[in-house]
Design a protein around this ligand. Structure first.
Ligand code: HEC
Ligand code: HEC
Ligand code: HEC
Ligand code: HEC
Ligand code: HEC
Length: 287
């Protein structure tokens, strides 16, 4: 029987197979990269807005608190975008002629709200709730970055599932005291930057970040109280007979932390954070 293909075509066939394989792999990698690229996730992009609102000016410059504008962040799933009225609290008096603010004045006059383009936008099938995170000691900056340094808003993080899970697997590395939630410049504790925390009365219901009181300056008398706690009960014999045994000091007892690891695990315990297994189960975010 006549040979239909020349011998060399064998090698050619093999090579084209290998080549096809390589192309398929390359395509897969590219698609995967694309799905995670800033182009798709919009990470780092500054969309066109009706007004070039600067968080840097209003937060860092004027010292406005996040809640002044994002009023529902502690109470609801949404942080909320402020209505034109909030801007007019000031801009009815200052910068009243600025061209940049023309859309704000038009919106105020017409009653039609400004159309801000969303910077962060999760798909509807993923459930997210601000109030839970705020109540459990996750600061705005842990998810949104240094908003106070952003002349124009952009997304610091991808908001992809893997990003959510990375924290849910080990929340300890991101937990902070209740008083520091809005502090953009908060840094984790260190040897030269200790934090002292005391457990307050854990009110009925699920404890939140409010149940722990932390300070960044050594509380007066803390040393003495810590020492008293560490003494074996029997050694307070000087007091024996003066009152019922084992009376605890009334003032809160502060514990000193010099690393995020120690502080984080202390807070996980006292905020009663669920286990990583619970927090990564699909129903938490896909309900
Ligand atoms: C004076 C009012 C004001 C204050 C104060 C303010 N914001 Fe905003 N914020 C806005 C407005 C208006 C927008 C929508 C325009 C934009 O995206 O820049 C916005 C948008 C945002 C967004 C993006 C929303 C989206 O579209 O996904 C985040 C995140 C945010 N703010 C966080 C903060 C944080 C954190 C603070 C406190 C450090 C803060 N803001 C303080 C007015 C304010
Ligand atoms: C507490 C008062 C206050 C509020 C509330 C406020 N602004 Fe301003 N805004 C100022 C002041 C003061 C300046 C001038 C800042 C400067 O130049 O240092 C300013 C400046 C601006 C500018 C000029 C560009 C810049 O950032 O310097 C824009 C645009 C602006 N504001 C938009 C808004 C919008 C939109 C809102 C509502 C979401 C708003 N502002 C709410 C006080 C306020
Ligand atoms: C655990 C991460 C996380 C923390 C902490 C967090 N945010 Fe957000 N934020 C998000 C995500 C995710 C979205 C997008 C929500 C969506 O698209 O449904 C968002 C959206 C927003 C928006 C857009 C409007 C809205 O309600 O969706 C604003 C404004 C905002 N965040 C402000 C804040 C402020 C202020 C704080 C601190 C008090 C804060 N965020 C803390 C993750 C976080
Ligand atoms: C920086 C850390 C961090 C990031 C990032 C984060 N979370 Fe969380 N999340 C927490 C903590 C802490 C809790 C509280 C756990 C508890 O109370 O046991 C929580 C709780 C939740 C809950 C439970 C709410 C409830 O009441 O059952 C949901 C839902 C959730 N997160 C969704 C998300 C989604 C979606 C993302 C990503 C867009 C995300 N989280 C990103 C730390 C984080
Ligand atoms: C902490 C919250 C969280 C948990 C827990 C979680 N997811 Fe997701 N998931 C998300 C978010 C947020 C998105 C949207 C990501 C995006 O916009 O790219 C998502 C997207 C998805 C998608 C769409 C494709 C993709 O990867 O973007 C699938 C499928 C999915 N999740 C399945 C699961 C399964 C299965 C589990 C349980 C093993 C799970 N998820 C647990 C937050 C979560």
């Amino acid at each position: 029987m006549a040979q239909i293909f020349e011998r060399s075509s064998n090698a050619l066939a093999r090579m084209s197979l290998v080549l096809t394989g390589l192309i398929v792999i390359a395509l897969g990698v590219t698609l995967n990269e694309l799905q995670r690229s800033p182009w798709v996730t919009r990470q780092g992009q500054r969309p066109d807005q009706p007004v070039p609102f600067s968080h840097k000016h209003h937060v860092q410059g004027l010292g406005l608190q996040c809640q002044y504008c994002h009023t529902t962040v502690e109470k609801s799933s949404y942080a909320g975008i402020p209505p034109t009225k909030t801007c007019m609290n000031c801009h009815a008096q200052i910068w009243t002629n600025a061209q940049l603010l023309e859309p704000v004045r038009t919106s105020w006059a017409s009653g039609e709200s400004l159309k801000w383009t969303k910077v962060h936008d999760l798909p509807d099938y993923a459930y997210f709730n601000h109030s839970v995170h705020v109540a459990k000691g996750v600061g705005c900056a842990s998810c949104h970055g240094r908003v106070d340094q952003m002349p124009l808003m952009y997304a610091q993080n991808t908001l992809q599932m893997e990003w959510c899970l990375d924290c849910h697997r080990n929340p300890a590395k991101n937990l902070r005291p209740a008083g520091e939630i809005y502090n953009m410049a908060w840094e984790k504790p260190a040897e030269d930057r200790p934090v002292w925390c005391a457990v307050g009365d854990e009110k009925s219901g699920v404890p939140t970040a409010q149940s722990v009181n932390c300070v960044t300056k050594e509380p007066s008398g803390a040393g003495a109280q810590v020492a008293l706690l560490q003494m074996p009960l029997g050694s307070t014999h000087g007091l024996a007979g003066d009152g019922p045994a084992g009376v605890m000091p009334v003032a809160p007892v502060y514990k000193k932390f010099t690393s995020q690891d120690e502080l984080g695990h202390f807070l996980v315990d006292h905020y009663k954070i669920r286990t990583p297994k619970d927090l990564t189960s699909c129903e938490v975010c896909h309900r």
